[in-house]
Design a protein. Structure first.
Length: 100
């Protein structure tokens, strides 16, 4: 099994569907496929999702409480590490963030 050795993770910000509407993408949460923003954040295998949210808030001004990180169809819990989320098997880890 590969070990998470990346020093950063790519974050793809998607525009959420308007309130009261369901989009055709990303489990009904997104209407348009184009990314609103794509950037990298410093990361390590033991970084928790809540720490990733804090880094994104600091770098891109998205409030922590408005961030939803999605990976393989599920929202990642704040207390999980990147390693526990399954990001050890990729050379270029990517997470989708859909603001609330």
């Amino acid at each position: 099994m590969a070990v998470f050795s990346n020093t950063e993770i790519t974050v793809k910000i998607l525009e959420p569907a308007p309130a009261g509407e369901q989009g055709p993408l990303y489990w009904g949460m997104v209407k348009q496929p184009a990314a609103k923003d794509v950037f990298k954040v410093k990361a390590s295998s033991d970084m928790k999702i809540k720490d990733l949210k804090a880094a994104v808030a600091k770098e891109k001004n998205y409030p922590v409480e408005s961030q939803r990180f999605m990976y393989f169809g599920g929202e990642l819990a704040d207390d999980r590490t990147l390693l526990s989320c399954g990001l050890q098997n990729t050379d270029d880890p990517l997470l989708h963030m859909i603001p609330r």
